[in-house]
Design a protein around this ligand. Structure first.
Ligand SMILES: *Cc1c(COP(=O)(O)O)cnc(C)c1O
Length: 463
């Protein structure tokens, strides 16, 4: 068909609004929204005709366009999804899933007034951070702690409070980028500090730090290179050596730990990550995320010497970075689980997934495979594989895992996208031309949702 005829044949907004399909669209969204979608669809069609992208208007052309808009709108809402990627701390998927105790704590406080800043013991205004400070102290050996919005905020608060207009010594091997626009050299500068870089990319010696100390020095910053590993001819002093140096010169030693591991996981073969308590033995302040290895809500925790925590509490910036009752309640509920470390490993999803044995992952794979084959039209086979921790933690660790290879008559990219568009979206892993579900990050409570979504997608494919 020629362009002119196509353009002449374009329906009007009212034509489409009065069509039968419009009735079903209006069941899910407001009529005004439908009108807007119809207008957009007609505009797009006109453009496509003028650019010769379409040469005929099929009868379902507008129906499928509007249905796509509706689906886009549905999947753009924030909602639960199944993380079948195997990446435990997936930043795009919201990092840590919370323990049941933390979820309960949220629903306990959400709809109620709370004693967030009211100290019932004295009947007066209280300190928002007092209870969490005590709890962190009990668990880590810190004197006190405060909590802010995330670890990036924690680092900024510490640097701007302690090192404004002062030289801050950092190893060249630790001038890292965490992701997005968070780069340590830029953060130091933007918080008013003067970066004094020492050593080289692969080697920094204690003497390099010592030589850099002068009257302008404000302190020493350690940045845990949590998202990459330098191997081979590489060395930096550990926090113990730096602590001795800083003590001698009366300088604070602060450590951006990032990952925030609370319990030693070496008995699970995960021994290369320093714990918070270990680092607090040497450092004056340690900063870490609430939603990485700690397995809690998004937060940044600063723990260490009371003298410095008090200074942070007096920084105006804290007001802009402070956390609400929801974060505090769920963080404290998560932290309390660490009073019994073995139980914490069972109750906190991040630790549970991290320490899951390959045998356990295999058993889960068998259960899910059977469910899929019994209840859906998909063929599912089990494969052995590896996965990563993610979230800039344990970068060198490849965790053994088991995967379900999902097979259907459609292409892997289409299947992957269809699963993401299901009413309960499944985010899969595509590799070697296959669509995989990794059992390490799939909870048993997800099975039912996976089956429902697979049924939905199978129906779509067979249409
Ligand atoms: C992840 C990380 C941060 C940023 O923490 P967020 O909680 O994501 O803000 C900062 N420093 C290090 C070393 C990290 O690993």
């Amino acid at each position: 068909m020629d362009q002119k005829t196509l353009l002449r044949n374009l329906p009007s907004v009212n034509d489409l609004l009065n069509s039968k399909a419009a009735q079903t669209w209006e069941e899910t969204v407001d009529v005004e929204v439908v009108k807007e979608m119809i207008t957009t669809a007609i505009d797009e069609a006109r453009k496509d005709i003028l650019n010769s992208k379409i040469s005929e208007l099929t009868s379902d052309y507008f129906d499928s366009k509007i249905e796509k808009y509706l689906a886009d709108r549905r999947v753009s809402q924030i909602q639960p999804v199944v993380n079948a990627t195997g990446v435990i701390l997936h930043t795009n998927l919201g990092r840590a899933k919370l323990a049941t105790a933390a979820q309960d704590a949220i629903s306990d406080v959400a709809g109620h007034a709370t004693n967030l800043e009211y100290d019932i013991t004295i009947g007066q205004r209280g300190d928002r951070y007092k209870a969490v400070g005590k709890l962190v102290a009990e668990l880590t050996g810190a004197e006190d702690a405060i909590v802010v919005n995330n670890n990036a905020a924690a680092v900024m608060l510490v640097l701007s409070t302690l090192f404004n207009q002062k030289e801050l010594i950092t190893s060249r091997g630790q001038l890292v980028e965490i992701g997005g626009s968070f780069r340590i050299p830029d953060i130091i500068t933007s918080t008013g500090g003067i970066l004094k870089e020492v050593g080289t990319t692969n080697k920094t010696h204690i003497k390099d730090y010592e030589d850099a100390i002068n009257e302008e020095t404000g302190g020493v910053l350690i940045v845990h290179t949590s998202n990459y590993k330098l191997i081979g001819f590489a060395e930096t002093p550990d926090s113990k050596d730096l602590a001795d140096l800083c003590r001698k010169h009366h300088l604070p030693l602060v450590n951006d730990l990032g990952s925030g591991l609370m319990v030693d996981l070496s008995k699970y073969g995960l021994g290369n990550e320093p714990t918070i308590a270990q680092e607090l033995k040497n450092c004056d302040l340690v900063m870490f995320s609430g939603d990485k290895l700690l397995g809690g809500p998004q937060a940044g925790i600063i723990a260490g010497k009371k003298k410095y925590i008090d200074q942070l509490k007096h920084n105006q910036l804290l007001r802009a970075l402070r956390v609400d009752k929801i974060t505090l309640a769920s963080l404290m509920a998560t932290l309390k689980l660490y009073r019994d470390p073995d139980n914490a490993v069972k109750q906190i999803p991040v630790l549970n997934e991290l320490t899951m044995s390959p045998e356990d992952a295999f058993k889960r794979a068998e259960t899910l495979q059977k469910l899929i084959e019994d209840e859906t039209k998909f063929k599912a086979t089990i494969e052995k594989g590896t996965t990563m921790v993610g979230g800039g933690s344990f970068p060198e660790v490849q965790l053994p895992t088991y995967l379900i290879d999902l097979q259907s008559s459609t292409s892997e990219t289409k299947l992957n996208r269809d699963l993401e568009y299901a009413h309960y979206p499944i985010i899969t892993r595509i590799s070697h031309g296959k669509v995989f579900l990794d059992l390490r990050t799939i909870d048993e409570s997800d099975y039912e949702k996976i089956i429902a979504s697979l049924k939905e997608v199978a129906e779509k494919i067979s249409k």
